[in-house]
Design a protein around this ligand. Sequence first.
Ligand code: NAD
Length: 260
Amino acid sequence: MKIRVAIAGVSGRMGQVLLDAVASDSGCVLHAALDRAASPMMGQVVAGVAISSDLAAALEQAQVLIDFTRPEATFRHLDACEAAQVPLVIGTTGFDAAGQARIAAASQSIPLVFAPNMSVGVNLLMKLAELAAQVLDDGYDIEIIEAHHRHKVDAPSGTALGLGQAVARATGRDLAQCAVYGREGVSGERDPKTIGFATVRGGDIVGDHTLLFAGTGERVELTHKAGSRATFATGALRAAKWLQGRAPGLYDMRDVLNLK
Ligand code: NAD
């Protein structure tokens, strides 16, 4: 039996690659294609399905909703998935603490995979980051450098923040207290307990992340470069399948990939 997948934000960059990924995956079938009412693609037919903004109708008989949109849209998707008891994969980034709490609350009644980066390689990088941070704690300055395309609207990337959280956890720090987001002017000497973030935006860069441990006499760099958005879509479909039959809860890609 193929899994009936609803996709939100189908006119977006990720929505488009998700449509391709579902079409070429023999384990899935497109059940519904959603977008905001103002989308220029509204009403067009993709893979035999008309693009619509009718959330309730889209979720009827759906087995999962995959959401790569914007936080305000994700909140509506959360409410609708709770009402229809449909599992949800959230790839959208840019949530503040209140937004994250809202996602956690919904996960009490439906199973949810929420991951700022669905690529298998990046999730392995997170694991390697924890290991490196345990060894390279004292005497190494930790910096995270990320680069994305010119259209990205939030910074630093959700993945960069996720890397920061992984490293902060592994070294017993609180990211909210020790993060430094960019530097300018007379910023003073570096505090060894901080974790620095640097953001690059330009062109069509899909997503590069480097975690740098700069010590005295050596540097260790862990880098991941995504060459195509297909990697995120493949991961999202893997998460969609993994969610089937799962108990309500808040899961991430490390659960899906058994990396915990
Ligand atoms: P995009 O701007 O190309 O597409 C956004 C889509 O969301 C569009 O279809 C748009 O119509 C829709 N949308 C926007 N506001 C909406 C609303 N209020 N209601 C309903 N639909 C709405 O963006 P993108 O590059 O496809 O990225 C989408 C999100 O996914 C971003 O948050 C991005 O950071 C994130 N992302 C996550 C991963 C991951 O692996 N988790 C990978 C790539 C992108």
